[in-house]
Design a protein around this ligand. Sequence first.
Ligand code: FAD
Length: 499
Amino acid sequence: MKRREFLKTTALGSTLPFWLQGCDFSFGSSEFPIHVHSDHQIGHLMMTSQSWPSVQKDKVEIAIVGGGIAGLAAANMLQTKSWKLFELSDRMGGTSGAGQFEGIRFSQGAHYDLDYPAYYGEEVLKLLESLDVIIYQPWNKIWSFVDQQHMIPYTRRQHCYVDGEIRSDLIPDGPEKDIFMKLMTSFTDQMPLPTRLIKPELRHLNDLTFEDYLLQNMELSPDLKRQISYHMMDDYGAGISQVSALAGIHYFACRPYYREEVNLFSPPHGNDYFVQKLVKPLSSDNILTNHLVRKIEETPDGFQLEILDINNQQVIVQKAEQVIYAGQKHALKYIYPDQSKFFNFEQAPWMVVNFITNQEKGNYGYWQNEFLGENEAFLGFVDSSVQAQGILNGKRVFTGYYCLKPADRNYLTTIEENKTRIIKETKGYIEAMLRNKIKPEAAFIQVMGHAMPIPKPGYLFNDVNDHPQAKIKFAGVDNGRLPLLFEALDSGITSIMHS
Ligand SMILES: Cc1cc2nc3c(=O)[nH]c(=O)nc-3n(C[C@H](O)[C@H](O)[C@H](O)COP(=O)(O)OP(=O)(O)OC[C@H]3O[C@@H](n4cnc5c(N)ncnc54)[C@H](O)[C@@H]3O)c2cc1C
C-alpha cells in the first residue's frame, strides 16, 4: 500500500473522508467567518426536550411532516381541508433550500431544472402552470419557464476540469461516445417524469446495474466509465456500478438532448425558487418551521403526533385524521417504528459549500464547473456570475458540491472542528479551475446526512402507498423515486390523491 493510501485508511480498514485524511491538521484559523449548518444537531434536541411542557391543539384533517418540495406540493392540493405542515428547520425547502447573507440568497442544495416535454406527467405540469412557473409552447411541444431571465445561455453552461486539464465536455467526442450516445438516445421519448409513467416493458432495466447493462451492449473503457460515473454521482449520489440501468438511461434520455437544445433554468437561489412559488398560495398560519415531529401514533379516530416546538420549548400534541409523511424515511424508526419496515434503501450524504466573494468587474465564468480530480467527493461548483441577478450588491457566490459515501455519515459530526480545512481545500479546487484567486467575505457549509436516495437496482417503482399495511401516506423522493424536483412534486401530489 502506498503511503498516501495508508493515511486514508483507519485501523478498521474503512476509508476516511477527505477532511480526516493525512496527518497535517495545522490549518489554523480562517480570515473570514465560516458557518456550519448540520442536521446532526437535532439529536441533541431530542435529549434536552424531555422536560418540556406539552400543549394540545385542535384536530386537523391532514398533518404534513416535512416542508421540502414534496410536503409543500402536498399542501398545495389541500385548499378546502384543514391542515398543518411541520418543518424541523428554520426555513422551508429541505434539500432545495437556500441560505442568506446581507440581503442575497444563494442555493444550498438543488439548483436547476430543464424545460419539460409535453409527455411528462400532467399533475405536476398543471400544478406548475397554476403557480405561474411554466407555460406551454405549442410550436415545439415544450413546457418552458415563465421567468426566462433565469435561463442559462448555452455557451456559458458548463466546462470541465479533468485531472488539471480544462475542456468543454466531460465525455470527449469520439467513436466511443458516439456508440454510447446512440444506445442512450434509442430511449428518448420513453423515459418520462415522473418515473411511475415508465412503461412496464422497460422496467426490467431497474433490475441490473448501469455498468452491467453497458457491458452487455458495448465496450466500456476505464475513462468512459469514470466520466459516466461522475454524472451518476452528480444526480444520484453513487457511481455507475451502483445505480440501476434505468436510472442511468433516464439521466441521458429523459429529454431530447441530442435532437434539440433543451433550456436550462437556474435562478441564483436555485430550486428555492420553486419552494417560494409553492409557499406563496399557502396560509402562513398552517406552516410551522422549527417544529420537529418526534412521534406518530395511531388512535381510534386517526393519528396523534408529538411535535417539538423548538422556539417555544414546548411539545405540541396534534391530532389528525390522516398524516402525509414527507420527511426522510430513515427517521421513521424513531418516529413511527411500525411503518419503518417498508423502507430499505441507502442514502448518500451531501455537503454544499458556499463562498460569498467580492465581484471583480467584467470577470465572468461558466455556470457549472464540473471537477474530476483526486478527491472524488468534490464534484465541482456553480458560479453565480452567469445567473440573472447572480451578482447582487457586488457579491459573487461560488457553490461547491460534495457527494459523500454513506460510510462517511459517521464522520459528519467532525465537520465543525475541521471546517477550516474543508474551506481551504474547497477554495483551492475552485481557484484551480478558475485559474484565479477568490476573496471570500464569508463561507457556509451545509451538511445533509440523508440527502439523496441512491437508485440502486430494485429501488424504483416501490411506492409504499400501494402497500396494504401502510397506515399513513408517504411523499418524498425517497419513496421509490429518482432524486429530482419533478419526482418530489409528483410524490406530494399523488400522496393526497391516495388519501
Ligand atoms: C446537493 C443536492 C443537489 C440537488 N440538485 C438537484 C437539482 O439541481 N435538480 C433537481 O431536480 N434535484 C436536485 N436534487 C434532488 C432534490 O433533493 C429533490 O429535487 C427534492 O428537493 C427533494 O425533496 P423532498 O421533499 O423529497 O425531500 P427533502 O428535500 O429531503 O425534504 C424533507 C423535509 O422534511 C423535513 N423533515 C424531516 N424529518 C422531519 C421531522 N421529523 N419533522 C419535521 N420536518 C422533518 C426536512 O427538514 C426537510 O425539509 C439535489 C439534491 C441534493 C442533496
